[in-house]
Design a protein around this ligand. Structure first.
Ligand SMILES: *Cc1c(COP(=O)(O)O)cnc(C)c1O
Length: 464
């Protein structure tokens, strides 16, 4: 008999293992099906590696298998990338007011679509519509799942089987497969491109108008800029041209801030108020970019057009859930008091942090980080450039400060030790996400609200 057959014969059966006292306890805590899967998987591993069964080791392996499976997949991380509204890291952090509101409505019944005044069926948009109108000056507003959905809904409602005129300079692709030409197709519209990549004139739009034209549209080129010999048509002129031809003019603003960010020393980003004042009939923007709220797509503008959007069957498929609406209402309420906004809205608090205050924090943290990293790295504090993220203001950079880990090693080993430091940070109970740049690991501290949680886990899991 060969050795392999021997070991397999000696392995206990799944049922035998399920009867072990520790494994029985695990079944009580976590349920039989999950434990059985863990037992089967760990037995398979023993078989694959042709290892004999040591009951204590096998029981421990089964237990840690369960811990792995049961630990939450979606969890908190520290965003030290320097990109504040990082799409892959969940964009805007929500204010406490929003979190409280989300918990309240999540816990039980709410007046989501119930008018408490009349006792009749209500409209779920009503909880945010008045706030959106108050804040932007729009006649009406509606909300869907995200801004991609908002654009889809506008196009499909106002231009199905018809043409939409857009400048070639604005046929953007936003990360994660939002591409203007594809959305047009999905909305069953025909894209009528005008002008060139760098220059589009009013006459280009006017000459493209024909019987099948249903819309003129501006897409904010949020994640790139065209520089040099360029021309584009201002919103006010396009709005006027569209109206002369009897078609609506819509703007996809992308980020769209509800306040003038220059107030906090940040670069100017177009607002829906500006677009409406320029004559746009509808404006769409994201809830979780510069607005600093939950993932949502917001459309504000003319009441007759908003009414048409609400009647489209797609609106039902793209609508927001009650938890999102609760968060959005709470965030919009904060905008009533712009004086307090930078204190109360975490995304704006991060964006408006001054470089000196971040530098102070970095100085304070150097000793602890050096202790964590050990003698194979030198830890310094250096000025760096961060970004707003989510496509907002791609060229403008945020002056910030970072902790920088430089490996003390030959160039070849340096790369390996950087990768391993980065991996160790990712494997922490609360993963820390930084970036490697030019042979150094950079931890931008702009989005680190509080040191203690980070320090506690670094102390517990030193790198060296
Ligand atoms: C971000 C963005 C979108 C997509 O918005 P989501 O909320 O991510 O769906 C669409 N258009 C522009 C111009 C954008 O910047």
């Amino acid at each position: 008999m060969n050795q392999q057959a021997d070991i397999r014969r000696l392995l206990p059966s799944v049922d035998q293992i399920l009867a072990w006292p520790l494994i029985q306890q695990l079944q009580q805590d976590h349920g039989q099906p999950l434990v059985k899967q863990a037992v089967t998987a760990e037995l398979d591993l023993l078989r694959q590696h042709n290892s004999p069964c040591e009951p204590d080791l096998l029981a421990a392996a089964i237990e840690s298998h369960l811990v792995r499976v049961l630990s939450p997949s979606l969890r908190k991380v520290f965003n030290l990338t320097g990109t504040v509204l990082h799409t892959n890291l969940g964009r805007a952090p929500l204010p406490e007011e929003a979190i409280k509101a989300m918990c309240e409505v999540a816990r039980g019944a709410s007046n989501l679509e119930f008018d408490l005044e009349t006792g009749k069926r209500g409209d779920r948009d009503s909880h945010v519509e008045a706030w959106l109108c108050r804040l932007t000056g729009a006649e009406a507003a509606t909300v869907v799942n995200n801004n991609a959905a908002a654009v889809l809904l506008m196009l499909n409602t106002l231009a199905r089987s018809k043409e939409v005129i857009v400048s070639r300079g604005e046929l953007v692709e936003i990360g994660g497969a939002f591409r203007v030409p594809d959305i047009m197709q999905r909305a069953q519209c025909k894209l009528r491109e005008v002008g060139t990549t760098n220059r589009t004139h009013l006459r280009d739009y006017n000459e493209a108008v024909e019987a099948r034209t249903a819309l003129m549209m501006t897409v904010h080129t949020s994640n790139y800029v065209i520089q040099g010999f360029t021309a584009s048509v201002p919103e006010a002129q396009l709005a006027q041209a569209a109206h002369e031809h009897g078609v609506p003019y819509v703007v996809d603003l992308g980020s769209g801030s509800l306040v003038d960010l220059r107030r906090w020393g940040l670069p100017y980003e177009p607002t829906p108020m500006d677009s409406l004042a320029n004559g746009a009939d509808l404006v769409s923007f994201s809830g979780d970019k510069l607005l600093g709220g939950p993932q949502a797509g917001i459309i504000v503008g003319k009441r007759v057009l908003i009414e048409r959007l609400k009647k489209n069957a797609l609106k039902r498929a793209l609508r927001c859930d009650k938890v999102t609406l609760a968060a959005l209402e709470a965030v919009l309420r904060l905008y009533a008091n712009p004086e307090q906004l930078a204190h109360r809205l975490p995304s704006l608090r991060w964006l408006s942090r001054s470089q000196p205050s971040i530098a102070q924090q970095a100085e304070r943290l150097i000793p602890a980080i050096q202790l964590w990293a050990g003698t194979r790295y030198e830890v310094t504090s250096e000025p760096v450039m961060g970004q707003i993220g989510s496509g907002a203001l791609p060229v403008e950079q945020l002056p910030s400060q970072a902790l920088v880990l430089t490996p003390i090693a030959s160039k070849r080993d340096a790369n390996r030790s950087l990768q391993s430091a980065q991996k160790s940070l990712r494997n922490l109970p609360i993963p820390v996400i930084g970036r490697i740049n030019d042979g150094r690991l950079i931890l931008d501290l702009r989005c680190l609200d509080e040191d203690s949680e980070l320090l506690a886990q670094l102390k517990q899991y030193p790198l060296g």
